[in-house]
Design a protein around this ligand. Structure first.
Ligand code: NDP
Ligand code: ZN
Length: 186
């Protein structure tokens, strides 16, 4: 592949790792936060993702950066200056409005899912697939989450992904498998 694409992707991963700094995921083992955005990008770039074998660079960059505005002090302007409008737009479409209550944010994700750009739909699907995969295993699960809380997360995630799943039938099939194996979702 084009060496400039490889170097831009690695530079993006480095930039995001610096932005997330010491942040940790909520899993019991508290892994470095950056493992999740890298997982999201990797899911989009690998089979059975429908973006495979030639995923657009900007979508992979947006996947790597998708939680920086929501979870770090990185601003929309920082992204504009460093990565330009295409990447920035996708990241902003994937960032919750922190002025809303947690309940309203969850509803906003359901309502907005079908209206997002294709790039943002791809990132959203992979983001949910990554989080749900974590929730499937006892080690990946946030410490202290009850079965009921995990069930509620699956039900909400399905309501979001059902409304944008058509953009990536490959990841869509993986999500369907997860929803089927997590029998409590029905
Ligand atoms: P969330 O339920 O929104 O937390 C899940 C988010 O945490 C994910 O979307 C993910 O977001 C991130 N995350 C970090 N580590 C992990 C991991 N290991 N596995 C999966 N996801 C991870 O939590 P909030 O604290 O924001 O709570 C909001 C809602 O939770 C409330 O509105 C309420 O509905 C519900 N709730 C339910 C309870 C219950 O017992 N039933 C108790 C308390 C709250 P990202 O992609 O950004 O990393
Ligand atoms: Zn995420």
């Amino acid at each position: 592949s084009d060496p400039s694409v490889v170097s831009q992707l690695l530079a993006t991963a480095h930039w995001a790792a610096l932005a997330h700094g010491q942040q940790r995921r909520k899993s019991g083992s508290q892994p470095a936060y950056i493992q999740h955005p890298l997982h999201v990008a990797s899911l989009l770039a690998s089979p059975p993702s429908s973006l495979c074998p030639d995923p657009p660079l900007e979508i992979l960059q947006a996947a790597i950066l998708h939680d920086t505005v929501e979870d770090t002090d990185v601003t929309e302007q920082d992204l504009q200056d460093r990565f330009g409008p295409v990447v920035t737009r996708i990241v902003m479409e994937c960032s919750d409005d922190k002025d809303l209550s947690k309940e309203a944010r969850k509803q906003a994700q359901i309502d907005s899912a079908p209206h997002k750009s294709d790039g943002a739909k791809h990132v959203k699907l992979a983001d949910k697939l990554s989080n749900l995969t974590d929730l499937m295993s006892p080690e990946g699960r946030p410490a202290g989450w009850s079965v009921k809380r995990i069930q509620e997360y699956f039900i909400w995630a399905k309501r979001v992904t059902d409304r944008c799943i058509d953009v990536n039938p490959g990841l869509g099939a993986q999500l369907e498998e997860l929803y089927k194996s997590a029998t409590f979702v029905h």
